[in-house]
Design a protein. Structure first.
Length: 148
């Protein structure tokens, strides 16, 4: 008379199938996180660009914020009228670090950028003609300049 239940081989087969499915799903999940971070960075950099333009229009004389590492905290969260209510942080950097902001030396151009998926700043500045300096790699940016 045979007992009801699973054999050891049946259990090993089921465990191996589950392991294969998990092995397929985990890399796809990581890719979906990167896509979500890219979308978030694109949207927030456009919000910050609009906020910088609003800041410019509300200054007498008109001027963009100076180059700082804390654009929201230093300018946009304390401006009157209030431009951005929360500090927006780069999804590709840990620890709640804000997006990078650089203004050209003549004050006419700026770039707001995220480090991008590689976690390294490839944009190093913006010229007085509005041309970005650095490497056109994976940084996600918004600018009133011409790009690379």
């Amino acid at each position: 008379m045979r007992k009801k239940g699973f054999t050891l081989i049946e259990l090993l087969v089921v465990i191996s199938v589950i392991a294969i499915l998990v092995g397929i799903a985990v890399p796809r999940f990581k890719g979906m996180q990167d896509e979500a971070n890219n979308s978030k960075a694109n949207a927030e950099s456009r919000v910050l660009q609009t906020a910088a333009e609003s800041y410019y229009m509300n200054q007498t004389p008109n001027a963009y914020p100076a180059t700082v590492t804390t654009l929201c905290a230093a300018y946009l969260n304390s401006a009157s009228p209030l431009i951005v209510g929360d500090v927006l942080t780069d999804p590709f950097r840990s620890g709640g670090v804000e997006y990078n902001y650089i203004r050209s030396a003549n004050g006419d151009y700026y770039v707001i950028f995220s480090y991008g998926p590689d976690g390294a700043a490839d944009i190093t500045g913006i010229s007085d003609a509005g041309v970005l300096a650095g490497v056109d790699d994976d940084d996600i940016y918004s600018s009133n300049g011409t790009g690379f």
